[in-house]
Design a protein around this ligand. Sequence first.
Ligand SMILES: [Mg+2]
Length: 213
Amino acid sequence: MIKVVISGTATDIGKTWVATRVIEHLKGANVEVAARKPAQSFNPGDAITDAHLLSKASGEPIEEVCAVQRWYEVAMAPPMAATVLGRPTFTITDLVAETAPGPSGGVMLIEGAGGPLSPIASDGDTADLARAHAADLVILVADAGLGTINAVRLSALAFHGFRVIVVLNRFDTSDDLHRRNRAWLEGLGFEVCIDPREVALEIQGHLAAHLEA
Ligand SMILES: [Mg+2]
């Protein structure tokens, strides 16, 4: 199994959307996929959370995607939401220990919370979580437009040492700035994808190499 961490240059940048599409493409290619959301916070009125969307895409029970004790109905970073709700604090080690096992020959997709350095536990962020899981690959979801080069470069620093694939979400091939941002990032040495299908193919390639090794 390979572990793929999905992060984003900011919150609400499209991590879950990209994750669900990637899962669909992988499943379409007969790759076994587990989706994990180690902790999630949301608005109290939200009927549909990330765990719902990921569970629907992967076909797993929702409590395997996100442990029931890690749902926080306050729109704040999970450890902050836990404090506000009067719930126990939790660590990166707790989140890793609670992660339901994934398919041995497949892919575990782990969606972080917020951006790379946003708190996801009392003692760490998504980058720490990626290290604790010894993730094989990091998917960094970014916008395609103005400001993305700075956001991608800063976010990628947090994942130093990992293979990072950048996804320019909402990429419009007719938009000159989007095309130039992609080319500039590639010129800096980034691997850049512009749609979830491409990401799924890269993950399949990584998985194949992993299973051969
Ligand atoms: Mg999300």
